[in-house]
Design a protein around this ligand. Structure first.
Ligand SMILES: Nc1ncnc2c1ncn2[C@@H]1O[C@H](COP(=O)(O)OP(=O)(O)OP(=O)(O)O)[C@@H](O)[C@H]1O
Ligand SMILES: [Mg+2]
Length: 583
């Protein structure tokens, strides 16, 4: 078990090291700074001997002259080396944070949709903030300890050996005891740091949810429930932190006690004249100071082992994400613009391996330029079917073909370039209306294309009333806009993309019948020369489709045109009657 942890630690640190190596030059500055600092610390305690014996006791004038100069020089040097160390290590630390953050973010962009379905947001978010900081702190601390403190200990030991070898050997017996304790505490530490990271994620999760859902909290009086939820996770976080603090401060205390006992023993031994002949007062003070000089570094070595373990736990959680598999993108077919013949061939799909089939044996042919309408009860699998086309998910069995080529044979980029999607939940980013409409690669479109799309989607209509026009910020997830306005931006985005295959998932659901009719006109123009899959609860939007498929519990139960299906007097006719009596 202990071996496993050590191997893991080494492996994780090896990987982290690769984030540090690009900064070799700055690293050299830090190493030099730390080395100089350690040497200076040693020199300081060494100088205590002439200070005592010659300048103070023997009143030697020459020594009294050069000693002050030496001290000033040394402190100036120490200031410089200290600054160089701090600044360069800080620089490296921040660089490690940035690179890790970017790597994780890049991964988030390319992970399959399934990954996000299975994770909660809070812990994922806290990795980007809390965990990366933890890791960088760990890296810089460990480097400081490994170089500056270790060298300081060596310098101190050098001074001690120089002043009194016998006493040094005596002190050396104390160290195995300290090492054993340090090791034991490190194991305990790692356990708690893991749990702390988990509980930070929980706190983020709960907080994010109440911010996002503040209206629901208010409307349903969820105050107490949410407060309790927070207190529960926060309490867990507090307890784990306290345990960590306890282990850490115990480490410090125990080390100090052991050291204190050592000091007492040294004082006792040194006061017996038999040790190394006669120690002068200066030699003893110098030896003793060297020993005290070791106290801080040794204490930090205890602490840093803990920080190291914390860093390992943090880095582990980051590498875990970085190592996740990307979306499968092995297709090589590239199509600038497909014709848009879409075929679902015996498609079956379930969200998880053991989950029930959400779609079963679906076969549909949609000829280029025609419109397919998907209707069916809520939960029948309409959105799922649509999301398979741009490969947000991959089919379990069967195949989906565009122009006779399997969607998995296209490169993801090429496949998605050819599909416009208005999703059921409109997603807007905290940016301007203009940037939300011309999102991503749509930035490259011309001003005319942009305005034409905005006009057709009736975005211009409400943008003109805004003082800042297209530069108006939409707020977090678009909260500053109405549902219908958001939907119009999403439609504008799809229009602007002008792809040969268009998917509209409940695209006009938040619009009043007046706007809906007008957007429908724009959509009709748009749908004319491209393959369209439209999903709608309102049957008025599907009446004109070339082909209507009725889904029920993941199976096709009916298909045909509006008039065919009405004549058949089956599922569709029943749905239609319900709709009709509604209005
Ligand atoms: N990400 C997901 N993970 C697991 N199951 C899911 C996921 N999304 C949907 N489902 C399940 O798949 C089934 C079909 O959902 P889907 O969203 O395709 O229905 P829908 O026909 O679009 O319904 P609606 O008309 O309400 O939008 C539902 O039973 C749903 O619970
Ligand atoms: Mg749906």
């Amino acid at each position: 078990m202990g071996k496993d942890i050590d191997n893991r630690t080494r492996e994780v640190y090896g990987r982290l090291w690769r984030y540090v190596t690009p900064h070799k030059l700055i690293g050299m500055v830090a190493v030099i700074g730390m080395t100089v600092t350690a040497i200076i610390e040693g020199a300081l305690v060494l100088l205590l001997e002439p200070l005592m014996d010659e300048a103070l006791v023997a009143q030697n004038l020459t020594t009294a002259m050069w000693l002050p100069i030496a001290f000033v020089t040394i402190f100036v040097l120490r200031g410089i080396s200290g600054f160089a160390t701090e600044a360069s290590l800080g620089w490296i630390g921040r660089s490690v944070i940035s690179s890790l953050r970017r790597d994780v973010f890049r991964k988030f962009l390319t992970l399959p949709t399934k990954f996000f379905d299975q994770q909660t947001t809070g812990p994922l978010l806290s990795r980007m903030t809390y965990n990366v900081e933890m890791v960088a702190e760990s890296v810089t601390s460990v480097v400081t300890i490994a170089i500056r403190d270790v060298l300081t200990v060596f310098a101190a030991i050098g001074v001690m050996l120089y002043q009194s070898p016998t006493l040094t050997v005596f002190v050396a017996f104390l160290f195995p005891v300290i090492a054993a304790i340090v090791h034991f505490l490190g194991v305990a530490f790692r356990r708690y740091s893991d749990r702390i990271q988990d509980s930070v994620g929980e706190v983020t999760q709960v907080t994010e949810e109440i911010i996002r859902g503040n209206q629901v909290v208010k409307a349903f009086g969820g105050y107490e429930y949410e407060q309790n939820r927070l207190e529960e996770v926060d309490e867990r976080n507090r307890k784990q932190n306290l345990k960590l603090i306890r282990v850490r401060s115990m480490g410090v205390a125990v080390t100090q006690v052991i050291f204190g006992v050592g000091v007492a023993a040294v004082i006792y031994a040194a006061s017996r004249e038999s040790v190394d002949g006669d120690l002068t007062p200066g030699q003893f003070i110098s030896f003793f100071s060297a020993m005290m000089l070791m106290l801080q570094p040794v204490r930090r070595i205890t602490n840093v082992n803990a920080t190291l373990q914390r860093g390992v736990a943090g880095a582990d959680s980051l590498f875990e994400i970085i190592d996740e598999d990307d979306e499968i993108d092995t297709g090589t077919v590239h199509a600038d613009r497909v014709n848009g013949n879409v075929e679902f061939r015996n498609v079956s799909f379930s969200y998880g391996k053991d989950d029930k089939k959400v779609l079963q044996d679906i076969s549909i042919v949609v000829k280029s330029g025609t419109t397919l309408a998907l209707v069916g009860h809520s939960g029948s699998g309409k959105s799922t079917l649509a999301s398979l086309l741009p490969r947000f998910y991959d089919v379990d069995s069967g195949d989906i073909l565009i122009d006779g080529t399997s969607v998995s044979d296209y490169s993801l980029a090429s496949l998605r370039d050819n599909i416009s999607f208005v999703t059921q939940d409109v997603v807007l980013f905290n940016d301007t209306i203009g940037n939300n409409l011309a999102y991503g690669q749509l930035k490259n479109k011309t001003e005319e294309e942009f305005l034409a799309a905005a006009e057709a989607a009736h975005v211009v209509e409400f943008v003109n009333d805004l003082p800042e026009g297209f530069d108006t910020m939409v707020g977090d997830r678009g909260v500053l806009l109405s549902g219908g306005q958001r939907q119009r931006i999403a439609i504008g985005r799809a229009l602007l993309k002008n792809a040969p295959v268009l998917i509209l998932d409940e695209a006009t659901s938040s619009l009043d019948s007046h706007s809906e009719r007008r957007i429908q006109e724009a959509l009709n123009v748009l749908m004319k020369d491209r393959t369209t899959i439209v999903i709608a609860h309102r049957l008025s939007t599907v009446e004109r489709a070339d082909q209507i498929i009725v889904l029920d519990a993941g199976r096709i139960v009916e298909s045909g045109t509006h008039s065919d299906l009405l004549a058949a007097n089956g599922h569709y006719a029943a749905l239609y009657r319900i709709q009709f009596s509604d209005t």
